[in-house]
Write a protein that binds this ligand. Structure first.
Ligand SMILES: [Zn+2]
Length: 99
């Protein structure tokens, strides 16, 4: 688990957006597909629907911005080792295309 506050924004920005919702306030959990609320950051133990910074590829455990995403506390328990997040895959594809 990447705990650093510096990764908070990066992880949030990597979570999928929801059409019609403000992406600064509400995003989609890549595990369960339900809403994440930005103000509920790091409420572990108090709020299972709060969220934290997690690795997309849990096998790599590196804290590069492209490997971080916002995930519910409750979903971290069931999170697969490798999260398939279209939003991030697209970003990586775009970055590679520019090279
Ligand atoms: Zn979730």
């Amino acid at each position: 688990m990447a705990k650093n506050m510096e990764h908070y924004t990066e992880a949030w920005d990597n979570a999928p957006t929801i059409e019609g919702k403000d992406p600064n306030k509400t995003r989609k959990c890549p595990v369960c597909g339900q809403e994440l609320h930005r103000y509920e950051y790091c409420q572990n133990g108090k709020n299972p629907m709060g969220w934290d910074v997690e690795h997309i590829n849990g096998k790599q455990r590196d804290d590069t911005p492209s490997n971080l995403v916002a995930v519910h506390h409750k979903c971290n328990e069931t999170k697969p080792k490798l999260l398939f997040c279209d939003h991030i895959t697209q970003k990586i594809d775009d970055a590679n295309a520019k090279k």
